[in-house]
Design a binder for this molecule. Structure first.
Ligand code: CAA
Length: 389
C-alpha cells in the first residue's frame, strides 16, 4: 500500500464583511425559517471592494508558510471557479505575495466546486512520488448569483489552504476513491458573466445522483462500508444539502433513515459553512475544518468525504484523523476569521455586489476597505495590483 500522505496543515480565511440572512429576509419578505432551517444558512461572507480570490487565498496560506517555511513546497495548486484571469494562475499572485522561491511549479485548476479535491488528489500523487516534497493546495472562491434570484441566499466567499505531505499531522487520505462524471447543465458560468447560472432543483438532483454514482464506484473499487465512518464531510452549497445528500446515501444503501444518526454524522461539519455561505471549492474543506475544530477528540476516527462540482464531477474518499492532530489545529484563528467580519446592511451589500472593473485599461484604484493582511489595490493597465499590508 502507498506510504501515508494527507493533510498536514489546514487554514482558512474569509472576507471583511458579512450579511446576516435576517437582513436579506427583511428586504425580500422571505420568512426567515426558509433560510435558517430550510436551507440551513445564517449569514454570508461578502468581499470588500479590495478583496478577491487572491487576497483570501494568500490570507489562508500565509500562516501555513510562516509555520512550515517553503523549503519543501515545490508545487502550489490553486483551485477556483471564480477565476480572475483566463490565462494567468491566481496562484502565481499568491506565490509572489508570500515571497515563495522561484523553484516552484504553480497552476490553477477548474471543475466547479470539485476543483480543490482534484488539487488534493494531484498533490497526493506528487507526494507519493517523492515523500520529501510538500504541496500547497489553495481553494478560493467568491460565490455570486444574480440579485433577487433564488441562488442569492446561497452566496458566500472563503479560501482554504492545505499543506499536503507525507506523514501528515491532521488527516491521512486513503485510497481508493470513488469517481463519477456526468455531462449536466445544473450550474455554470459562461465567460461573459460575473454571476453563475443555475437550475436550482436540477442542481440538487444532479448532486444526489453524483453522490450515488461516486459511492457505487467507491464500493466497486473495494472501499470501506458505510458503517465504518464516524462523520461525513459533504460539499455544502448550503448546509441543508449535506443532510439531503447523506439521507440519499443511506437510502441507496438500504439503511433505515434515522434522523438522529444523520445529525450525528453531519452536525459537526456545518458550523463554518452555515455562517460563511457557499465558498464553492473551499466548502468541503471548511466542513472538515469545522469538524476538526469542534468535534472533541477524533483521533483514529474515519471521515468520509464527498466532493461535488456541478457540471458534474464527484469523488468519494476516506480519511483517518491522525492521533495528536489537536496540537496542530488553528481553531482560534478560524473563529477569529468568522467573528472579525463587519456586518453590512442590505443596501451596502447590494452596492458591493454591483462592483466590477470596466474593461477600459484605465487606472481603477479600489477604496481601502479590508483590514486583512492582503489587498487588491486596483486595476492598472488591465493588470491587477496587490499589496501586503
Ligand atoms: N421554514 C422552514 N423551511 C422552509 C420554509 C420555512 N418558512 N420555507 C421554505 N422552506 C424549505 C423548503 O421546504 C425547502 O426545503 P426542502 O428542500 O427540504 O424541501 C427549502 O426551504 C428551500 O425552499 P425552496 O426549494 O422553495 O427554495 P428555492 O426555490 O428558493 O431554492 C435553492 C433553493 C434551489 C437551493 C436555491 O437557493 C438555489 O438555486 N441555490 C443555488 C444552487 C445550489 O446551491 N444548488 C445546490 C446543488 S449544486 C452544488 O452543490 C454546486 C454548487 O456549489 C452551486
Amino acid at each position: 500500500s502507498p506510504s501515508p500522505a494527507g493533510i498536514h496543515d489546514l487554514s482558512f480565511a474569509t472576507t471583511e464583511f458579512v450579511l446576516p440572512h435576517t437582513a436579506l429576509a427583511a428586504y425580500n419578505g422571505t420568512e426567515i425559517g426558509k433560510y435558517h432551517v430550510g436551507i440551513g444558512q445564517q449569514a454570508m461572507s461578502v468581499p470588500a471592494a479590495d478583496e478577491d480570490i487572491v487576497t483570501m487565498g494568500a490570507a489562508a496560506a500565509a500562516p501555513i508558510v510562516s509555520r512550515h517555511g517553503t523549503d519543501r513546497i515545490r508545487t502550489v495548486v490553486f483551485a477556483t471557479e471564480s477565476s480572475i484571469d483566463q490565462a494567468k494562475s491566481a496562484g502565481v499572485y499568491v506565490h509572489s505575495l508570500l515571497g515563495m522561491p522561484s523553484a516552484t511549479r504553480v497552476v490553477e485548476l477548474k471543475q466547479a466546486c470539485y476543483g480543490a479535491t482534484a488539487a488534493l488528489q494531484f498533490a497526493l500523487g506528487l507526494v507519493r512520488r517523492d515523500p520529501a516534497q510538500q504541496v500547497l493546495v489553495i481553494a478560493s472562491d467568491v460565490s455570486k448569483y444574480d440579485l433577487d434570484s433564488p441562488g442569492e441566499a446561497t452566496q458566500g466567499a472563503a479560501a482554504v489552504a492545505m499543506l499536503v505531505g507525507a506523514e501528515p499531522a491532521l488527516v491521512r487520505i486513503e485510497e481508493p476513491s470513488g469517481l463519477f462524471t456526468a455531462d449536466v447543465m445544473d450550474f455554470w458560468r459562461p465567460n461573459y458573466r460575473e454571476t453563475a447560472l443555475v437550475d436550482g432543483q436540477e442542481s440538487i438532483t444532479a448532486y444526489l445522483q453524483a453522490v450515488q454514482g461516486a459511492w457505487k464506484d467507491y464500493q466497486e473499487q473495494g472501499g470501506r462500508g458505510l458503517e465504518s465512518f464516524d462523520a461525513f464531510c459533504y460539499h455544502q452549497p448550503f448546509t441543508k444539502m449535506a443532510y439531503k445528500a447523506h439521507r440519499h446515501l443511506l437510502n441507496c444503501c438500504g439503511h433505515v433513515i434515522d434522523e438522529a444518526q444523520i445529525a450525528r454524522a453531519i452536525g459537526q461539519t456545518t458550523a463554518y459553512n452555515r455562517v460563511v455561505g457557499n465558498s464553492y471549492t473551499a466548502s468541503l474543506y471548511l466542513a472538515l475544518a469545522a469538524l476538526l475544530d469542534d468535534a472533541g477528540d477524533l483521533s483514529g476516527r474515519s471521515v468520509g468525504f464527498l466532493s461535488y462540482g456541478s457540471g458534474s464531477v464527484a469523488e468519494f474518499f476516506a480519511g483517518t484523523v491522525v492521533p495528536g492532530y489537536q496540537a496542530h489545529l488553528r481553531t482560534a484563528a478560524h473563529r477569529q476569521a468568522i467573528s472579525r467580519r463587519q456586518p453590512v446592511d442590505y443596501a451596502r451589500y447590494r452596492e458591493l455586489h454591483g462592483l466590477s472593473f470596466p474593461p477600459d485599461g484605465a487606472d481603477h484604484p479600489t477604496p481601502p476597505q479590508t483590514t486583512g493582511p492582503f489587498r487588491l489595490s486596483g486595476l492598472r493597465d488591465h493588470k491587477r495590483v496587490y499589496e501586503r499590508r
